[in-house]
Every structure is written in C-alpha cells, then in structure tokens.
Design a protein around this ligand. Sequence first.
Ligand code: GLN
Length: 538
Amino acid sequence: MATTTKYIFVTGGVTSSLGKGIIAASLAKLLQAQGYRTTIQKLDPYINIDPGTLNPYEHGECYVTDDGAETDLDLGHYERFLNVPTSQANNVTTGRIYQSVIEKERRGEFLGKTVQVIPHITDEIKHRIQILGRSGDYDIVITEIGGTVGDIESLPYVESVRQLKWELGENNALVIHLTLVPYLAAAGELKTKPTQHSVKTLMEGGVQADILVCRTEHELSQDIRHKLARFCNVTPDSVIQSIDASTIYDVPNLMLEEGLDTVVLRKLSLERKTPDLTQWNTFIKRHKNPKSEVTIGLIGKYVELQDCYKSILEAFIHAGAVNEVKVTVESIHSEYLNEDNVKAMLSHLDGVLVAPGFGERGIEGKIDAIKYVREHNIPFFGICLGMQMAVIEFSRNVLGLKDANSSEMDEHTANPVINLMEDQKNVTDKGGTMRLGAWDCKLESNSIVGKVYNTKTIKERHRHRYEFNSDYKKQIEDKGMIATGLNPDTNLVEIVEIPSHPWFVGVQYHPEYKSTVESPHPLFVAFVAAALKHKKNN
Ligand code: GLN
C-alpha cells in the first residue's frame, strides 16, 4: 500500500457535459476495487459559496452530505459508485476559496503583503486539494476540476495543478484530460483537432496531460489513437476511448477494458491487481435483466430536466435491481395536475413519488395527486416537501381543515400544519442556513419504516426549513396518519404513515442521497416492491 497519497487531476476540454464526474467515479471504482482507498473531490469555478443557492434549472440537484454540505450533484455519483460518504472537503468553489482568503486577509494573516491570485488564491486551492490527502484516510485523491480549460474562471485551478504537479513530483500526481472526438457525418470521420487544441490550451497553462480520455460516439481506430498520441505528447496506451454507454454504471467496466486503471497505476508507480468487481457486476446483471416492470410517477416541478432529481432517479435504478424490476419513471409536472385530470394522469401508475422542493409553484397539483393515490390505494412515497404536502392533504381532506397549509406557502394560514422551525425564525441569510445534514431519527417498530430499516434509530440527511407542526399531531394521528419516526432530541416528526393504506410513507429527510450500488436504500427497495405488489393485484 502506498505510503504517500497520490493525486489525480481530471480536467475537461472542448465542451462541458462530457461526463468528467462519471469518468472520475469510474476510475475511482477501479482503484477502490484493487484495494486502494480512493476519494474524489470536485472543484467548481463559480463564485457562489456552494450550489445551495442555485436554481436546479441552472445547476441540477443540490446534493447534501452527512456533514451538511450543500454540494454539486457529482458528489452523488462519487458516493453511488464508491459507497463511501463524502464531506464538505469534497466540494470547493471559487467563492469559498476567495471567502477564506479574504477572511485571512481581514485577520491580518498576510499583513504587509499584497494579496494576489498567485500565490494566495492558488495556495488556498492547493491546500484544499491536499486536505483529503493529508487526512491519512486515502491512498489516492482524484480531483475533478469543473468547467472547461480555457475558461477565464478555470485559470487559477489550472495554475494550481501546474504548481502541485511540480511540487509533488513524478509518480505522485498525474493529469487526465477529458475531451471530445466528434464524428462529422458528412465527412464520415472522427476528428482529432478539437482535442489537439484543447491539449494545447492546457499546455499554455504549463500543464501537460498524461492521459487523454476521449468521449466519442464511434470506436477510435488505432490510427486515430496514434495520431492523438503523437500530437498530444502522450503514449498510445494513454489514449483512452470513452464511448457512449447505455448506462453510467457500464463505464467502470468500459474503462477497465480500455486499461485506464493500468496506465494510471503505472504512472503513479503503484501495483496493479485484478479489481474485484463482483458486487458491482451482480448489480449490473440484475439491472439489465429485469423480470418485470413497474411504472412510477415522479411528481415535481423540474421534471423537464433529469439532473434536477438525479439522486431519486438513481435510487430507483438501485432499488429496481434489488427487486429485479425495471422501474420506468414517468415525470409528471405538478403545475399541470388538477382535480379534473388527476385520474387520467395517475390511475395507470403502480406508485407515486412526490418530490422535494421549495416555494408555491405546483403545490396544489401535488396535493390533488396525493388525495388521489391515498383514496385509491396506490403506493405513495413523499420526500421532504412531498411529505409536507401529504400532511396538508390529510389535514384538508380528512380532518376537514380546509385552509390547512404550510407557512412557507401561506404565512398567515389559520392552520399551519407545516410550520417554520423555531430555530429558523431569526435566520435571514439564505445560504447554508437550512437544517442540513444527517440527524438521528427514532423509529416506531410496528410500522413500515420500522420493518423496512429493521433497526431502532436511523441517520438520514436533511435540507429543509419547515416541519410538521406538533400542535396538530394528536388530531392527525387520531384520524389515521401516524408519526412513525421522530427526532429523539426535539421530537420533530420525521416520518408519517397511513397504516390503513397499502404503502403510504412520507419522510422529512432525503433517503435518495444515501442510496448506492452496494447499498440500495431500503425505503426505495420497499417502495418498488410495494409498486410491484400493487401491479400484480390490479
Ligand atoms: N420547502 C420545504 C422546507 O423548506 C421542503 C424542502 C425540501 O423539499 N427539501 O421545509
């Protein structure tokens, strides 16, 4: 085993959206499967302190870690592939880098000096890159640099990589550059020029790529590989093809076939062993050979973009494999749902998940949907806002509190069954101020969650400001919606169920963040099983 931590930097060129996160996660998987303790970090070149304040349309889902960091969705891929929790240290933005440098400046830590991008910003970046390595927990740290080389905002990161590669020395650090090799249909050819230019741009910053991973829609011939190697100063076996895959979960095996781990380990002077991918491959086999199919409605307001509910969609893939079921997720826009069309939109579904979210848009459609599935015994899974809407629906239609609402949607409602949490009342800043991260929850043993988790206390991740208003707990429970999970310290209601319904579970937390290939989330597994049962019975 390595005594010093080795560093791998992943940069991107030509265009964004080439899947750097998946390549980084796949390589990490191959290294982990050979016994190397590997982690992945993402550096994002934007000025927000974290993506928590970004609109999901803009940046996709905000992923939350155990320690309450609001992070880039790539961290979700890292956890799903590696089954190792990430933390605050795994995602750093330019905003955070500048914030800490400016705070240091105010404290007088650079007294007398002009504070500059080089060395102060680059030192801070290098420090952040090495936090994980210096923890002693990892043999290999993979750092993914967000954005595309040549972007103005990427410059300090490329410069930091240049300095670090030099300081760490040969065999201790390497750069993988991910590019696109486009196919020109009219010419019938794959084109290498964009990659050549991109490698050249990187070299202008003093960084020589050691390995090229080339996204392509067609196989790269030996000719193309040699041409790329010659023009880009890499060995031919360092030109790795990354061909479009039918599922992201195929990418580790595709990288294995291409020998990515072999070149990486050789360049880092580490021993190559045969990776043990038994569990991974069992999952893929089950995922690709389902015995039946269920259709789940995902009701939200960002359904046009699959990145907005990334972790939920992936959790269904994991849970589908466990059940040997193909889970088809039908996205339903809550803004277009109403009392009149709800039957036509939902009656064919085997289960309905109402998504997390913020703000008023589309919530009445969510409430209509929940009423329908509650009354028609369709399995229901509500997450965060989805759980809160289930409580509102039940209060309105079963308790008869017609104006029941969340104070998020109507500050002056007479029946705030969902209310702002006490410690949120004086919060004015928007960034990083929600109830975030992992909190304990005590389960009622005689309940769906008690059986599904098969344990007394769980720890799940949160991201919310509003909560179930315990003043209404007795009334609600008397009518048949039961709080089956409570925070042991504050009694905050974390879970509600309706025992007279086949499968009706609402959770205040986000189970989707903790579902991984190796450890699919038990609630998603149980929900898919309930959907299958519903389908068979109908
Ligand atoms: N908007 C709700 C709250 O703040 C729900 C949040 C969520 O779904 N993540 O409590």
